[in-house]
Design a protein around this ligand. Structure first.
Ligand code: GTP
Ligand code: K
Ligand code: MG
Length: 447
């Protein structure tokens, strides 16, 4: 099957100092040799004029990198042109490459897809690469880098090997079952191993939310009665005036999101409408959204006006809660005792957003809480719902092979085969054609 040769701008938006245009496919070398005058040594940068062979027009002087054979990101012949990053330069180059037969613009993620299809990396590494490109915080980068470099694949391949080994042992037992002196105790060896494997996978499943959280960021919702100081707190986090603060109860209606990097972890803090009975339909909608966000929060910060302690708000949320008794400047340090602290699980702070009193202590606890929510993220294997679903199926099948002790060995072996297939779907070894489009479309054009 002959493939198109594809090209795209792989570096960021122009104008820029340098623009990198990638060319990959069966005609890459041929096209390169038609537009520059001498072929660079493989994988060595060479300075060359790029010329339109049809009219002799010089487009730019470029650094050219030639990757012959399969020693490239895509696993096929490719060339990188490092041009001056002007709009017209890039347009002229794209037009020139498009003028060759069999050459066309790449689709989003198409370079990576070719790399995957040519066996350069597995699906978990592809997903890691996509995450690496989108990583905004240090810990996101580390997780993505681990995954992109094949750390997940090697663990999963190790598990597949255990499953294969177990099946081959069962096979052996079946083959020789009529011979007297073959120990019928093959299963003695494999079942404890499978039990251990199952436990290891379950451990990883229990951390599934960590990986997702690190990719998407965790959500901290500021909730409380009107005028408690929620928007003042958001501004304190932002170190600038992002939210409107007034003495009028019911100032905030829309959800206001602030993205923070807390010790390398991505955190979204959301300011919400104060909770009270209201007949105003705009405010009602704001309150509805506030309650909805609180329900799905990873962490709640309830803000209370400590100088006029009213009832605490009722929120349907299982998230950990930090409670700020605010406006300490109006009362003094004894006010915290007036607040209820029924729930030993929640941490209570007496603070003033006006004077800054108590805020250092609050912030330390806040950071600790965030770190706890991410703990164990160092060796997380599951970073997507997709992984989680296949992992569950896999564990389920291993479990069946373990507990159906009365079933024939053939059946128990079949469960192990299905378990291995589920792992193969994670790395892309087993048919996942329908998902490939989704996975690769996460990339931009040029990757
Ligand atoms: N004295 C005092 N006033 C404060 C403090 N923190 C906030 N305020 C004032 O309390 C009022 C309400 O503050 P906001 O931040 O708008 O309160 P909110 O919870 O966002 O209110 P809604 O959006 O209406 O629900 C404003 O006038 C603030 O200046 C504080 O620590 N001390
Ligand atoms: K207010
Ligand atoms: Mg507000």
């Amino acid at each position: 099957m002959s493939r198109d040769t594809i090209f795209a701008l792989s570096s960021g938006a122009v104008p820029a100092g340098v623009a990198v245009i990638r060319l990959s496919g069966p005609k890459a070398a041929d096209v390169m040799n038609q537009i520059i005058d001498s072929e660079p040594k493989p994988r060595m940068a060479a300075l060359r004029y790029v010329t339109n062979p049809k009219n002799g027009d010089v487009i730019d002087q470029a650094l050219v990198l030639y990757f012959p054979g399969s020693k490239s990101f895509t696993g096929e012949e490719s060339v990188e042109f490092h041009l001056h990053g002007g709009r017209a330069v890039v347009k002229a180059m794209i037009d020139l490459l498009g003028s060759f037969d069999g050459c066309r613009m790449a689709e989003a993620g198409e370079f990576s897809r070719r790399g995957f299809e040519n066996g350069k990396f597995d699906l978990t590494a592809v997903e890691g690469l996509a995450d690496l490109i989108h990583a905004e915080t240090e810990n996101q980068r580390k997780q993505a880098m681990r995954q992109a470099s094949g750390a997940h694949k090697s663990v999963i391949d190790g598990w597949r090997e255990i499953l294969l080994y177990a099946r081959s042992m069962i096979e052996a037992e079946l083959d020789f079952s009529d011979e007297e002196d073959v120990p019928g105790a093959v299963s003695d060896v494999i079942w404890p191993k499978l039990q251990k494997l199952k436990q290891e996978m379950e451990h990883h499943l229990s951390y599934a939310d960590r990986g997702e959280r690190l990719r998407n960021g965790l959500t901290v919702v500021l909730a409380g009665h009107p005028n408690a100081g929620k928007s003042s707190l958001l501004n304190w986090f932002a170190k600038r005036d992002v939210a409107i603060v007034t003495e009028e109860a019911g100032t905030t209606r829309d959800l206001l999101e602030l993205h923070l990097d807390i010790e390398g972890f991505p955190v979204t803090v959301i300011d919400t409408a104060g909770l009270r009975d209201s007949s105003n339909i705009v405010e009602q909608e704001g309150i509805r959204r506030a309650l909805e966000k609180s329900e799905n929060a990873d962490l709640l910060i309830e803000v209370v006006d400590g100088s006029a302690p009213n009832e605490r708000v009722a929120l349907a949320s299982r998230a950990q809660r930090l409670v700020l008794f605010n406006k300490q400047d109006r009362i003094g340090s004894e006010m915290i005792n007036s607040g209820s602290n029924k729930n030993a699980e929640e941490k209570v702070f007496s603070v003033s957003l006006h004077t800054g009193f108590g805020m250092d202590g609050f912030y330390d606890s806040f950071v600790k809480q965030i770190e706890e929510l991410f703990s164990g993220a160092e060796d997380v294997l599951i970073t997507r719902k997709r992984h989680e679903a296949y992992f569950r199926q896999c564990v389920d099948n291993v479990d069946k092979s373990l507990i159906y002790t009365d079933s024939p060995l053939e059946i128990r072996s079949e469960y192990l085969r299905m378990a291995g297939d589920e792992l193969g779907k994670i790395t892309g070894r087993i048919d996942v054609e329908d998902m490939l489009g989704v996975i690769f479309s996460q990339f931009c054009v040029g990757k």
